[in-house]
Design a protein around this ligand. Structure first.
Ligand SMILES: *Cc1c(COP(=O)(O)O)cnc(C)c1O
Length: 234
């Protein structure tokens, strides 16, 4: 691994970790209550390996074929892989088997396929339900009205473990995103009355992760702030 590009990566990582820790403390939360999920879509396997060497464990990918290629290159590293992109039903088998977490489940049919296709020898696949909290902007995600029923159904599937909720609000205004994060946290709390054990709120990206941490994020999904501006997809 060349030394030159590793240095700015390390500096960006330390800056993000510091900002994350400060946001947690400002919210009266323990710094380790918030986990960094490095969003590595469009980044090379070398960049992922460089962050892994600096102690980052969790990586998020949006595009299956790209992710599988990098996973194969990095098979020796003890990484935790998160699928965070839109899911096509004909691609569920590899998602079910090659990832530890899926954050973008928003309908029962996909959840059923993931459960059926998860290897019998594998531990349950960790699931977050993607919620369309600001329905004007985003197209994917279950509506808040449909969420309770979906959550009950997903929680009952044998090879999945429902962990919590995910949101991807449109980043046009910090105030609107704060409201969306607060809504997601409230929905999670309401689900907790019938579904104990939900412990994950996946929300916040490079531009708004401190706001998300203030509202209770447990995973912040950060790409640009770690790796720099994203190159076009190859
Ligand atoms: C790309 C992406 C991110 C990271 O976005 P940045 O603004 O680069 O931090 C987070 N979550 C999802 C679902 C993404 O697709």
């Amino acid at each position: 691994m060349p030394d030159a590009p590793a240095l700015p990566l390390a500096q960006r990582l330390y800056a993000v970790q510091q900002q994350l820790g400060n946001a947690a403390m400002a919210a009266g939360r323990a710094p380790d209550a918030v986990q960094l999920l490095a969003v590595s879509k469009t980044r090379s396997a070398d960049d992922i390996a460089a962050l892994a060497a600096l102690g980052v464990r969790d990586f998020g990918e949006n595009y299956l074929q790209e992710a599988l290629a990098k996973q194969a290159q990095l098979a020796d590293l003890p990484l935790t892989w998160h699928f965070i992109g839109p899911i096509q039903s004909n691609k569920t088998r590899d998602i079910a088997r090659r990832f530890h977490w899926v954050h973008s489940v928003d309908r029962l049919r996909i959840a059923e396929r993931l459960s059926e296709q998860r290897g019998a020898e594998q531990p349950p696949l960790n699931i977050c339900l993607q919620v369309n909290v600001d329905r004007e902007a985003s197209k994917s995600g279950v509506t808040p009205e449909q969420l309770p029923a979906l959550a009950q159904q997903v929680a009952a599937l044998p090879h999945l473990r429902l962990r919590g909720l995910m949101a991807l609000p449109s980043a046009d205004s910090n105030d609107r995103n704060r409201a969306a994060f607060a809504t997601l946290a409230r929905l999670q709390q309401q689900l907790g009355a019938t579904l104990p054990g939900l412990d994950t709120l996946s929300m916040g990206m490079s531009d708004d992760f401190d706001t998300a941490i203030a509202e209770g994020a447990t995973f912040v999904r950060i790409g640009t702030a770690l790796f720099g501006p994203r190159p076009a997809r190859p």
